[in-house]
Design a protein around this ligand. Structure first.
Ligand code: SER
Length: 325
């Protein structure tokens, strides 16, 4: 498999929670002009729009994707554009169309144009109620009960197929819930673990949409960005998996998260009013075994719950004091 360098990178979903930070990290590393940010509906953050090339792109439009790849001589795609789990349950048709057709277009462009590499994130949503919930193994039952999870399982299988069948270098991670303070997440089940910080800083109150005892695997954004870049820069010969590496950083309940925030904001009050997203959360693992990623490409998270909480609160309190929240 190719050990060609990544020179000109396209990031789809570049205005999203992960994409907006990944784009800036890639520009820092590969040069601003070499990282093209592609957004669709969400308006671009100023830094993403102003620091390098920015285009509007609907990933379900194969022709439009071809034109961007051609125009910027793209050799590598980080394909972040997707509909997440909660919106996917409300609009399963849109989730299927965007997640499957978008990925298929990206993989076909990579195959026909012999691109160097493709990154397509997967998710812990590939697991379902019949999967072991504690320390969920790398190789296990994939029977999700959400449309989002179904598209992610199919996406992993498709990515692996393109590796075996066509020699396209497709790499992917099963992200847990991602916590960050730059761009809010949209439409995911794990969004409560981000919203709780914003509301703690702004209102000292939050109403959480999952039960207090709901435990899910999570990761802080700096680790999530580093994981994507490290996997993409890893020597292909060391990889025993392709589109489906388990990774995690920490696991905690919604109540534990609230109590961690209370250590810094003692008058913070969190209430719990579960809605339809509880069932989605209940179908996912409580903790994940990421030992294969650790062995194959040296994956190590840097942030645990206390370190992440301090960093989140510092960042959001600064923005709040500057009138930016
Ligand atoms: N954070 C995602 C979601 O909640 C999981 O991949 O949908």
């Amino acid at each position: 498999m190719s050990s060609r360098p990544m020179r000109n990178i396209l990031v789809t979903g570049a205005c999203g929670q992960i994409g907006s930070e990944l784009t800036m990290a890639l520009r820092e590393r590969y040069g601003n002009e070499h990282v093209v940010a592609a957004g669709h509906r969400t308006p671009p953050p100023d830094d993403v729009r102003d620091s390098g090339p920015f285009v509007y792109l609907d990933v379900t439009d194969r022709q439009a994707l071809e034109e961007v790849v051609e125009q910027f001589q793209i050799d590598t795609i980080f394909h972040l554009a997707a509909v997440l789990s909660a919106v996917g349950e409300q609009k399963p048709d849109v989730a299927w169309r965007v997640n499957m057709n978008g990925l298929y277009n990206v993989l076909e462009v990579a195959r026909t144009r012999s691109l160097t590499r493709v990154f397509c994130p997967s998710s812990m949503a590939v697991f379902g109620p019949s999967t072991p919930k504690e320390n969920t193994p790398q190789e296990t039952i994939l029977s999700p009960t959400t449309m989002y999870g179904i598209t992610k399982v199919a996406g992993e299988l498709l990515g692996n197929y393109y590796v075996q069948k066509f020699g396209v270098d497709v790499r992917g991670l099963r992200y847990p819930g991602i916590i960050s303070h730059k761009t809010p997440p949209g439409g995911g089940t794990t969004d409560y673990a981000v919203a709780i910080f914003y509301d703690a800083v702004k209102y000292r109150r939050y109403t959480c949409f999952v039960r207090e005892d709901t435990v899910l695997p999570m990761m802080y954004m700096p680790d999530a960005v580093r994981a994507a870049i490290e996997l993409m820069e890893a020597d292909f010969r060391r990889l025993t998996r392709h589109a489906d590496y388990n990774i995690t950083a920490m696991s905690f309940s919604a109540g534990e998260l609230a109590r961690e925030i209370q250590k810094h904001i003692p008058d913070f009050v969190c209430e719990f009013q579960p809605d339809f997203r509880q069932a989605i959360a209940d179908s996912w693992p409580r903790s994940i075994d990421d030992s294969v990623a650790r062995t194959d490409w040296g994956w190590r998270p840097a942030y645990d719950l206390p370190a992440m909480t301090v960093d989140m609160l510092n960042a959001l309190q600064t923005r709040y004091q500057q009138g930016q929240l």
